[in-house]
Design a protein around this ligand. Structure first.
Ligand code: ASP
Ligand code: MG
Length: 412
């Protein structure tokens, strides 16, 4: 028996007509002889509405009830999709997370999937059910309460099912026709990639390319699930969309696969902290206890035993970071002269597995930015990524300049 996982995002199931169109695609795969597991999101906008209701009712909400409410959008779509398939004479049944069961941790609103026993659904496939429609984004905790997986979590549901059922492929239907070299809204030369490596996709997803939830890519990489991202609004051919796959499955690729940007960045500098063992540990434990997600870190050269420490975090965490640092100073845990916050920065990154074996990528990136008169404030690198912080107002210009410099409009 060959199993295919097909996931439909919120815009692909936004109304009954779109559910019908999605169901037709499922019907095509069933006709080819597949058993299909369909993972559905809530209808577009529904989850936001549910979150809004929870926040209005109870600003400091109980996370278990948040999950009870917010998971319900997917239940509606799952039932409607099963009904639509039945109307097309395709034997289908809907499943909520707890019925499968999708076993998760008990971190409500950000639960992780721990296991998906496949025997219940397999038994139904054996009895003649051809499609299992599963509500994405939700599971059940060891305590037996409904959990959700974090926003965008249906992608992760889909990949986890593909792994649990050893599916042939996991097709993610969305409102874009694949993964692009950069955001097509700010760079008209952006090109759709036919294939991209798991590692590259992971970097792009965590850098804010919103096509896939980061965790779904991590899972796909760990279990070797071939993921295809494609549009549910276009006619499909066999090589439609973008295949996210292992590096070995990509014959030719550019040194740089894509340029990512994130506008939600702030830079904080602690002026004049002692330069001795343990200081960085103190600063970053204070920040992590306060729930600040630190991204880049730079320690400047030290003079007379004092140094400056710069780090970046999301803009909406600046106040929290300043508060945590203030408190550490008041408690005499930490000594520094001042904190300077720059909330007008953006992060621009180039990503590509080719960087492992090619030199000169950093030089080319910095030259392209300097040719546009863009000043670099912070730089960090990893094996397959170089990121810089720049003034936010130059975001578009920087992305376009880098796309040109690395000739991403051309396929290698
Ligand atoms: N409906 C949920 C959300 O909007 C999960 C998903 O669609 O992936 O975050
Ligand atoms: Mg999504």
């Amino acid at each position: 028996m060959s199993v295919l996982v097909m996931k439909f995002g919120g815009t692909s199931v936004a109304n009954l007509d779109r559910i019908r169109r999605a169901a037709k695609r499922v019907g095509v795969e069933v006709a080819k002889g597949h058993n299909v597991i369909v993972i559905v999101s809530a209808m577009a906008g529904r989850t936001n509405e549910l979150v809004g209701w929870v926040e209005e009712t109870s600003p400091l909400f109980d996370a278990r009830e948040y999950d009870a409410v917010v998971s319900s959008g997917e239940n509606i779509t799952a039932g409607l999709m099963a009904l639509t398939l039945q109307e097309m004479d395709v034997p289908a049944r809907s499943w909520q997370g707890w019925q499968v069961p999708v076993q998760t941790t008990s971190s409500h609103s950000a639960a992780r999937i721990e296991g998906i026993p496949n025997d219940n659904i397999m038994a139904k496939f054996d009895e003649g059910m051809q499609v299992a429609v599963v509500a994405g984004f939700q599971g059940v905790s060891p305590e037996g309460r409904i959990t959700t997986l974090g926003r965008g979590g249906s992608d992760t549901t889909a990949v986890a099912f593909a792994a649990a059922f050893e599916a042939e492929r996991c097709d993610i239907y969305t409102d874009v026709d694949g993964v692009y070299t950069t955001d097509p809204r700010i760079c008209e030369k952006a090109r759709k990639l036919d294939r991209i490596a798991f590692e590259e996709m992971l970097e792009l997803a965590s850098l804010g390319a919103k096509v896939l939830q980061t965790r779904s890519v991590e899972l796909a990489m760990r279990y070797g699930v071939r993921l295809r991202v494609l549009s549910s609004f276009e006619e499909q051919s066999d090589n439609a969309g973008t295949l996210v796959c292992a590096e070995e499955d990509i014959m030719e690729s550019n040194v740089v696969a894509g340029v990512a940007h994130s506008r939600d960045e702030a830079k904080l500098t602690l002026i004049s902290v002692a330069d001795r063992p343990g200081i960085a540990a103190l600063i970053f434990s204070a920040l992590s206890e306060a729930g600040v997600n630190v991204d880049m870190i730079v320690q400047n050269i030290s003079e007379e035993g004092r140094t400056d420490m710069t780090f970046s975090c999301p803009t909406n965490q600046v106040a929290r970071a300043e508060q945590a640092l203030d408190k550490a100073r008041a408690d005499e845990i930490l000594n520094y002269r001042d904190v300077i916050a720059d909330t007008g920065v953006a992060k621009i990154s180039v990503v590509g597995i080719g960087m492992r074996s090619h030199t000169g990528v950093a030089a080319k990136m910095f030259k392209a930015l300097s040719d546009e008169g863009i000043n670099i404030k912070v730089i960090t690198t990893s094996e397959i990524k170089i990121s810089v912080l720049i003034d936010r107002k130059y975001t578009e210009l920087a992305v376009q300049a880098l796309h040109d410099a690395f000739e991403l409009e051309k396929q290698s």
